[in-house]
Design a protein around this ligand. Structure first.
Ligand code: 26W
Length: 821
C-alpha cells in the first residue's frame, strides 16, 4: 500500500505538474490511474512478446464501436489491488468511489454491439487468448443526453478534454490512408493484367492503445484505436507554396474523419464521412496486422494459420476488398490464391435482422472514393454469380428454370439495382468469410430461414450460432459488491472466472437465512441507487417499491410504448379505485434515441409527460412512480442493474437479435418479464420458463398474424382499458395545452399498421404484470426465484461465448503457461 501511495503522489507532482498538497480529486484520480497503468504495462509488454515467442495465432476483433465505460475499478479488481487502493486513497483523504466518479465513460459506441465488443475483449484477456480489439478513437463519443421539458437534448461528449490517463498515443507509428485517385492497369512479366491504385488524398492513422487486463492472470491485451492525423505537416510543400492558411484548413478537414461517432443504430445513415471512417479504420488495421505477420512470415498463404479476423457486423466489411487489393496489387498473388486466403481469414457476425439496418453503399460513391475496391467487388460478384449458376444447375432441386435462376442471382448479388445501384455489405461479408454467425439461437435460425436463406442453401455449413454473453467481472463482481461478497462467502470466488460455479447456489435457495441475506444485498443496492437519484435528480425513491426497469436504446421494436401503456393503465386503475391489491412499484426508463429518429424522441417525451402527471398525482404517487434516468450509459447501468428487481425485455418476438442487458439483470438477481425473443429464450430454457414472466405472441404466430391481416383497430375497440390509455395519450391528458403532441405515437399504432404488434401483446403483458405484482407480495418465493435465476446464468458468460468463437471459428488456443494468481 505504501508503494501505491508513493506512486500516486509522484504522479500528482511529476506527471500532472501539481502540488500534492492541493487535494484535487481530479488530480488524484488521474494519478491513481497512471499508477495503475504502470502496473499493467509490464505485463502488457510481456504478453505481446510471448505471442511472438510462441508464434501464437492471433485474433483481431474489428469493431467500429466499443463501450468500455470507466476503467479504474475494473482494472483495480483485475489486478487484485482494489482493497489496497481503497486504503491508500483513504489515507490520502479520498474515497475511492468518489475518485472513480472523476473518470469519464469511454462511450465509443451506441449500444449492444459496442458493449458486446468490450465484454469480448475482457474475456479474451481473461482466457489468455491472443487477441486485439481494433477500432476508432472518436474525439466525440455517443452524445450526452439531457432531458429538457421532457424532451431529449443532445450535448457533445467531449470526453477527450479531460485527458485519458489509460491510453498510450503512438504518434511515431503512423499509417497512410488513401482515398479517391485512380486505377492504372499494367501487364506483369507473365503477361497478366495488373492494377495499381495511385494518387488521391492521404490521411494518416495514429494508433492509440488502451490496455485490457485479464482477471488475476498477468495477461494484458490491447485495444488499438485509430485517430486521424493530417499528413499536411509531413509534406513541407504544402506550407512552402505560401498558402499557409489553406494548408491548415486542409489539416482540419482531414482530421474530421475520427471526430465523431455516428449516433444511430438500427438505422443506416449512408453518409460519405461514415464510409470514410470505415475505410480509414479498416486499412490502418489491415496494414498493422500484416506488418506484424510479416515479421515472422514471407509466405502470404500462411496468413489464415496465423491470423483470424472477426468482423463485428458489416461496418468493417470493406476489409475483405482491402485485403484482396493488397494480395493482388502489392503481393501480386493470383486471384484464386488471394481469395482463399481472404475467406479462410475472415468471419462475420450479424447483429440485426431489421431491414433498415442492413448496410448498402452507392456504387457511385465507392467508385469515386475507393475505385480499386469497387473493381474488386465487381470481380468478386462476377465470380460468385458464376459459382451460383454452377451450384444451382448441378443441384438436384427439380427443374431450375432460367427465371428462377435469374431471380436467385438478383437476390444474392453483391449489387442491388434499386432504388439506387448499391453494394450490399452483408452479402460481401457472407461471401468473403468462412463463418457467419448470429448472436442467439432464434436469431441464427431466422438468418438461415429468412434473411439469408439463399446463402444457407448455397453454403449450408457457413451460418452458425454464437449466443452472446456478458463479462461477470464488470457486471457482477465490480458492479455488485454486496451480492458478490455474499456469494463468495458461500461458494468462494471461482465463479468470477468460471460462472458455471454459480449453480452451487441452487440448494441455498431453500435456506431462509440465505434468502434473507440475498434480500439484504438487494436492499443495499436499492439504497445506493436511492442516494444516487437523490443527488442527481433530487428525487426520493421508495425502496419498498418493486423496482421495475426498462433501460436500453429507445426503439419502436423494443416497445417502450408497451411498457408505457401498462403504466398508464395502472395509473387509471389506481385513480378509479380499481386497484386495491396493487403492488407498489417504481418504473424506471432510460435510453438514448438516435437524434434523427423522430418517433423514438417522441416516445421519450411521452414517457416524461406520463411520469410528470403520475408523480404529481397525490392519489397514486405513494403506489406508483415513474423515473426517467437521463443519459443512460455503461456506468449508469452498473448502478441501476444491481438494484433492479424486474427486468423488462419486451421486444417484438423475432426482432431483438439477442439482447445482453437481459443477461446482466438476471445475473444480478432480477426476475425477467419478457417475450419469447433473442437470448431471453435461452435464458428461460436455462433457468426454467416458470421462473420468468414470459408473455406475448411468438415469432411464428406474428408471421401468420401478419399474413392473415393484422388489424390493430380490433384490439382498440375490443379492449376498454387499452382504449382509455390510448385516448388519453392522444388527448392532452399528459400534455396540458399541447393537444396532439403524442398523436403521432397513437396514430402509428392505430393507423400506421402497428408494425411492432404493441396492441396485439397489450392484454397478455398486463396479465404478466399482474402475476409479477402478486408474486412480489410473497417475498420468500420471489427471493427463491431470484436466487435460482442468478444461479443458472453460467452459460451467459462472455467467457463461454469467446471459448466457442476460439474453438469453432478462429481455431486459436489460450496461451500456455499463463500464471494465474
Ligand atoms: C448502420 C447503422 C447501424 C449501427 C449499428 C445498424 C446496426 C447497428 C447494430 C448492429 C445494432 C446493434 O447494436 N445490435 C445489437 O447487437 C447486440 C449484440 O449482439 C444484440 O444483443 C442486440 O440484440 C442487437 O440489437
Amino acid at each position: 500500500m505504501e508503494g501505491l501511495k508513493k506512486d500516486v503522489i509522484r504522479h500528482v507532482v511529476s506527471s500532472l505538474g501539481s502540488d500534492y498538497a492541493s487535494k484535487s480529486a481530479y488530480n488524484y484520480y488521474n494519478a491513481l490511474a497512471l499508477a495503475v497503468r504502470d502496473r499493467l504495462i509490464d505485463n502488457w509488454i510481456k504478453t505481446q512478446r510471448s505471442y511472438y515467442d510462441e508464434k501464437a495465432k492471433r485474433v483481431y476483433y474489428l469493431s467500429l464501436e466499443y463501450l468500455p465505460g470507466k476503467s479504474l475499478m475494473n482494472n483495480l479488481h483485475c489486478l487484485g489491488i482494489y482493497e489496497t487502493a481503497r486504503k491508500a486513497m483513504s489515507d490520502l483523504g479520498f474515497s475511492l468511489e468518489d475518485l472513480a466518479e472523476q473518470e469519464w465513460d469511454a462511450g465509443l459506441g451506441n449500444g449492444g454491439l459496442g458493449r458486446l465488443a468490450s465484454c469480448f475483449l475482457d474475456s479474451m484477456a481473461t482466457l489468455g487468448i491472443p487477441g486485439y480489439g481494433y477500432g476508432i478513437r472518436y474525439d466525440y463519443g455517443i452524445f450526452h443526453q439531457v432531458i429538457e421539458d421532457g424532451k431529449q437534448v443532445e450535448q457533445a461528449d467531449n470526453w477527450m478534454r479531460v485527458g485519458n490517463p489509460w491510453a498510450y498515443e503512438r504518434g511515431q507509428h503512423l499509417f497512410p490512408v488513401r482515398f479517391f485517385g485512380e486505377v492504372k492497369n499494367w501487364t506483369d512479366e507473365y503477361g497478366r493484367l495488373r492494377h495499381t491504385w495511385t494518387a488521391g488524398d492521404t490521411v494518416l492513422a495514429m494508433p492509440c492503445d488502451m490496455l485490457v487486463p485479464g482477471w488475476d492472470n498477468h495477461h494484458v491485451i490491447n485495444m488499438r484505436l485509430w485517430s486521424a492525423r493530417s499528413d499536411v505537416e509531413f509534406d513541407l510543400d504544402f506550407f512552402n507554396t505560401g498558402n499557409y492558411l489553406g494548408a491548415v484548413e486542409e489539416k482540419i478537414f482531414d482530421e474530421k474523419i475520427s471526430k465523431v461517432l455516428y449516433p444511430s443504430d438500427q438505422i443506416e445513415e449512408g453518409r460519405e464521412l461514415r464510409l470514410k471512417q470505415q475505410y480509414f479504420f479498416v486499412t490502418a488495421t489491415i496494414q498493422d496486422i500484416l506488418r506484424r505477420f510479416r515479421k515472422k512470415h514471407q509466405d502470404m498463404t500462411e496468413l489464415p494459420q496465423s491470423v483470424a479476423i472477426q468482423l463485428n457486423d458489416t461496418h468493417p466489411a470493406i476489409a475483405i476488398a482491402e485485403l484482396m487489393r493488397i494480395l493482388l496489387d502489392e503481393d501480386l498473388l493470383d486471384w484464386e490464391v488471394a481469395w482463399d486466403i481472404c475467406v479462410s481469414t475472415f468471419a462475420y457476425t450479424n447483429h440485426t435482422i431489421l431491414p433498415e439496418a442492413l448496410e448498402t453503399w452507392p456504387v457511385s460513391l465507392l467508385e469515386r472514393m475507393l475505385p480499386r475496391h469497387m473493381q474488386i467487388i465487381y470481380e468478386i460478384n462476377a465470380r460468385f454469380l458464376r459459382e451460383v449458376e454452377r451450384v444451382a444447375r448441378s443441384e438436384d432441386c427439380g427443374q431450375l428454370c432460367h427465371r428462377d435462376l435469374d431471380h436467385l442471382k438478383q437476390r444474392v448479388s453483391l449489387i442491388q439495382e434499386r432504388p439506387i445501384k448499391s453494394v450490399r455489405m452483408a452479402h460481401l461479408a457472407i461471401i468473403g468469410s468462412h463463418s457467419v454467425n448470429g448472436v442467439a439461437a432464434l436469431h441464427t435460425e431466422l438468418l438461415k430461414a429468412r434473411v439469408f436463406d439463399d446463402f444457407q442453401r448455397l453454403y449450408p455449413q457457413k451460418i452458425n450460432n454464437k449466443t452472446n454473453g456478458v463479462t461477470p467481472r464488470r457486471w457482477l463482481w465490480s458492479a455488485n459488491q454486496p451480492l458478490s461478497r455474499l456469494i463468495a462467502s458461500h461458494i468462494g470466488t471461482g465463479f468470477v472466472r468460471n460462472l458455471d460455479e454459480l449453480t452451487q447456489l441452487e440448494p441455498l435457495a431453500a435456506d431462509p437465512a440465505f434468502r434473507e441475506a440475498w434480500r439484504a444485498a438487494k436492499l443495499e443496492n436499492k439504497q445506493r441507487l436511492q442516494a444516487y437519484i437523490k443527488r442527481k435528480l433530487m428525487r426520493e425513491l421508495h425502496t419498498e417499491h418493486l423496482f421495475d426497469v426498462h433501460i436500453k436504446r429507445i426503439h419502436e421494436y423494443k416497445r417502450q410504448v408497451l411498457n408505457l401503456l401498462h403504466v398508464v393503465t395502472a395509473y387509471n386503475r389506481l385513480r378509479h379505485g380499481q386497484a386495491a391489491d396493487f403492488t407498489p412499484r417504481t418504473v424506471f426508463f432510460g435510453g438514448k434515441a438516435a437524434p434523427s429518429y423522430f418517433m423514438a424522441k417522441r416516445i421519450i417525451h411521452a414517457i416524461n409527460a406520463v411520469a410528470a402527471t403520475v408523480n404529481a398525482d397525490s392519489r397514486v404517487n405513494d403506489k406508483l412512480q415513474v423515473v426517467y434516468l437521463p443519459n443512460y450509459c455503461v456506468s449508469q447501468a452498473e448502478r441501476v442493474i444491481p438494484a433492479t428487481e424486474l427486468s423488462e425485455q419486451i421486444s417484438t418476438a423475432g426482432m431483438e437479435a439477442s439482447g445482453t442487458g437481459n443477461m446482466k439483470f438476471a445475473l444480478n438477481g432480477a426476475l425477467t418479464i419478457g417475450t419469447w425473443d433473442g437470448a431471453t429464450i435461452e435464458m428461460a430454457q436455462a433457468i426454467g420458463p416458470e421462473l420468468l414472466f414470459i408473455f406475448g405472441m411468438r415469432e411464428d404466430e406474428l408471421v401468420s398474424l401478419r399474413q392473415h391481416g393484422y388489424n390493430p383497430m380490433l384490439y382498440y375497440h375490443g379492449d376498454e382499458e387499452l382504449r382509455e390509455a390510448l385516448d388519453m395519450l392522444r388527448s392532452d391528458a399528459f400534455s396540458p395545452g399541447q393537444h396532439g403532441l403524442f398523436a403521432p405515437l397513437v396514430d402509428n399504432l392505430l393507423h400506421g399498421g402497428d408494425r411492432f404488434f404493441v396492441l396485439a401483446d397489450y392484454r397478455q403483458y398486463l396479465g404478466a404484470q399482474q402475476d409479477v405484482g402478486r408474486l412480489y407480495l410473497d417475498q420468500e418465493e420471489w427471493t427463491r426465484r431470484s436466487i435460482l435465476n442468478a444461479a443458472r446464468m453460467g452459460f451467459f458468460s462472455s467467457d463461454r461465448a469467446i471459448s466457442q468463437y476460439a474453438r469453432e471459428i478462429w481455431d486459436v488456443a489460450p496461451m500456455a503457461g499463463l500464471q494465474n494468481g
